[in-house]
Design a protein around this ligand. Structure first.
Ligand SMILES: *Cc1c(COP(=O)(O)O)cnc(C)c1O
Length: 429
């Protein structure tokens, strides 16, 4: 072996996965078990004390799920990663060790619709709140951070509008405020964007999307950079102080760069139970093996389709950041130099009704509330994913009534374009 660190294409296949120690199985086995036999009472006690690392019960850890967590951790360049039952579960798991009643998260206005709903409504049940700001207005982000702020939250490539977050600038503001920057890297993946290298503390992924890549299972992950000093202030008592929910262990002082990850397993997964199952982890491990190949093709197709749409007189605008005309074109080179992903929106001349007709006339595209599939997908956000949002929130999120969102698949680009062409003709007729 050479001393050079393996490249991304190697890690997406080998990361976290040695041949099985019990059987030599080359592929990661699906460890379909709930519990693990302790060697003896002392072994059991050492595991529960976190003095020895091992498997106790699959709500906490499972070898198949751990292999996936290690692989995602390697690809994101983190210190530790946990997997969860969905992307939304991952977001709660990312916030859980940081927040308490009265605490807030400063969040970008440009987010996945479900995330806006989760952060604006549902987290209030825990006594948490979110302050939404335009993250291009750095002064507004700074001003929104107050004494009760515990994190800044953004998406690397924001859903659905083809917006690119200035991660280094936001990381700087988070540092100054003494709070972590959380980046949802779902639409970009670690192949296109490296938030931790740009200063993010936590990276969340919905593994449901590109990481699995075939629309089979929901899942999520939280990766910690291991670089945030939780003990530098009194803002994060769950990590800096003795944790009453885990026999008084002070995770930060005891576990250093692994504090967040161990707290997420020993308290978060244990008590909230948003666990990924081993079958789900298996599908995602299979998908990740081809991540870079798929992302290259997704991006190449997205560029072709976006350029075609931009030149079509029936289309009012295209938001893809990979277009030369995009206001975020320069930012792509800095934040996601391998490409701006494959999710974008376009606006139709004609508005809401024309959009609905377009959706009803596509053949190759699937009309689904999903993205990041090998298949091309389409949805009218205003009538579906962003339906719970006010008009103002819809517009801020880039999901106005005349806007259609597409997730460009890895089919032949000519076939994708032909399908849009005939559906646009039908919609305008
Ligand atoms: C899908 C998605 C989520 C939520 O993930 P689930 O796996 O559906 O819970 C969060 N953020 C982004 C950017 C997404 O695309």
């Amino acid at each position: 072996m050479s001393d050079k660190a393996p490249g991304f294409d190697t890690l997406q296949i080998h990361g976290g996965a040695a041949p099985d120690s019990a059987t030599g199985a080359r592929q990661v086995p699906i460890y379909q078990t709930t519990a693990y036999v302790f060697r003896d009472a002392a072994h059991a006690a050492a595991l529960f004390n976190l003095q020895e690392i091992g498997f106790i019960y699959s709500r906490l850890t499972n070898p198949t799920v751990s292999a996936l967590a290690d692989r995602i951790n390697t690809l994101e360049g983190g210190a530790g990663t946990i997997c969860c039952s969905s992307g939304h579960a991952a977001q709660i798991m990312a916030l859980f060790p940081l927040m308490g009643p009265g605490c807030n998260v400063v969040a970008s206005t440009r987010l996945y619709g479900g995330t806006v709903t989760q952060l604006s409504n549902t987290i209030r049940r825990f006594g948490w709140s979110a302050t939404f700001v335009d993250t291009d207005d750095l002064d507004a982000v700074k001003a929104a951070c107050d004494a009760n702020t515990r994190a800044i939250f953004c998406e690397s490539i924001a859903n659905p509008g083809g917006y690119i977050s200035d991660i280094p600038a936001l990381a700087k503001i988070a540092d100054a405020a003494g709070v972590p920057l959380i980046v949802d890297n779902t639409s970009a993946t670690a192949y296109l964007c490296r938030p931790i290298e740009m200063g993010a503390t936590l990276v969340v992924n919905s593994t449901t999307k590109y990481l699995t890549g075939n629309g089979t299972v929901t899942g999520g992950s939280v990766t910690d950079s291991g670089r945030f000093d939780w003990t530098a202030s009194d803002k994060f008592p769950s990590l800096s102080q003795p944790e009453p929910a885990y026999h008084g262990l002070a995770f930060g002082p005891a576990l250093g760069p692994m504090a967040f990850t161990f707290h997420s397993i020993a308290v978060g997964l244990r008590d909230l139970g948003m666990t990924m199952n081993p079958q789900g982890a298996h599908y995602t491990l299979m998908g990740i093996e081809t991540l870079s190949l798929r992302m290259e093709k997704h991006v190449a197709n997205a560029v072709k389709v976006a350029e075609w749409l931009e030149n079509d007189p029936r289309v009012e605008f295209v938001t893809y950041a990979g277009l030369k005309s995009s206001p975020y074109h320069d930012r792509v080179a800095r934040i996601c130099p391998k490409g701006a992903g494959a999710i974008f929106t376009f606006g139709l001349k004609g508005g809401y009704d024309t959009c609905v007709k377009l959706i009803d006339n596509v053949n190759l595209f699937s009309h689904v509330a999903n993205l990041g599939d090998a298949r091309s997908l389409i949805i009218h956000s205003a009538s579906t994913t962003h339906r719970q949002l006010s008009d103002e929130q819809q517009i801020a999120a880039g999901a106005a009534p005349n806007v259609v969102r597409v997730s460009i698949g890895i089919e032949d680009a000519d076939d994708i374009i032909a399908d849009l062409d005939q559906a646009l003709a039908a919609a305008m007729a």
